[in-house]
Design a protein around this ligand. Sequence first.
Ligand code: HGY
Ligand code: MN
Ligand code: MN
Length: 417
Amino acid sequence: MAFAIDGRRLWESLEALGRIGRYRDDEAEVWGVCRLALTAADGEGRRHVVEQMKAAGLAVTIDRIGNVFGRREGREPLAPVMVGSHVDSVPTAGRFDGCLGVLGGLEIVRSLADDQRVTRRPIVVAFFTDEEGCRFGTDMLGSAVATGRIPLDRAYGLKDRDGLTVRDELSRIGFLGEADVALAPPHAYVECHIEQGPTLRAAGKDIGVVSGVQAISWHELTLTGRSAHAGTTPMELRADAGMAAARLNLYLRAMILSGRYGALRATMGAIVPRPGLVNIVPGKVIATIDLRNPDDGAMRRAEQDLIGFYDRVAQDEHVKITWRQTARTDSVAFSPKLQERIAAAAEARGLSCSPIVSGAGHDAQEMARLCPAGMVFVPGENDGISHNPREYSTPEQCARGVSVLADVLLSLAEEEG
Ligand code: HGY
Ligand code: MN
Ligand code: MN
């Protein structure tokens, strides 16, 4: 008899967490979730999950970057298997991104307790700090610190737009833990996550076997021109930062249409003009650029060409353009062994599955630095929309994903030293 989770309990746990940081989204006309990293809402969501972990009999530790680990002892003192994701959200989120991986791990532990079953290896359910990266500027922050890609002191000093630091905000919400951030390598790490795109649903697949994650490159730009009267200033005398930003944005589209950069995706997510008023030529614009590419070489070419275009626009538009790299990760390949396990577990349950490259970044890509890591994707409705309150996967889709996660996790948890 295949290991059974309680799909209703999983769904109810997603609903309960989804009520924390809930807001009514006028554009999407549904309830959204806003638990921006290290805000009070994130703190409330974190405390809720810690309570659930403790109620499920887990011993909880919090490290110095606020990562939270709930541990269930095994029969033998071997390296644990780890399952997890994140519970912070973008400001316009649904209730599945990250939460499915954390609450799915918790559901597996609850179901093991129901069966009074103890695995050979300990099991750790984790959630990592600030996976989204949109408040302090760099993504997968907690898992990057835990796996040594970002030094703790640099992480502590990151500031949001109001100048508040990661360290102070961790302390303010009560999650400035004491455990050392250097994570002892688990035996393996598996994460269940919504696909956040249309591919699996369109192909009618139940499960995505994630082969890896594409490269990510984030720039934050400051374009400085000269504020001036919109009516009296002749066009040839302007230094219009808004026009410069618009040219950069259109250049992103031209790069993609050129076909020279493979499957490049590019987004100017933030375009903040100052003073931002109807009758003043914008003297300054703060903008962000998010580049994604499954091919590292094409990503580097795109970055070089884009940076070269910054100089051209600065000259043409008589503005100064400064920029900084706020996030940068190469593509990551997941463990072939775990991919095979995930596909076999799906097939054993009569579920259809297909390989897929993740378009989004995930904590699993950081954990792949420490141990064999893998991801189970779940299809989403509404074209798999995400980072939007209309993000939605059905109870059945979630239960199937967590069941496959459980099968892989429990097989790893019985492996010898
Ligand atoms: O941006 C990403 O890919 C992820 O949602 N942090
Ligand atoms: Mn996520
Ligand atoms: Mn996300």
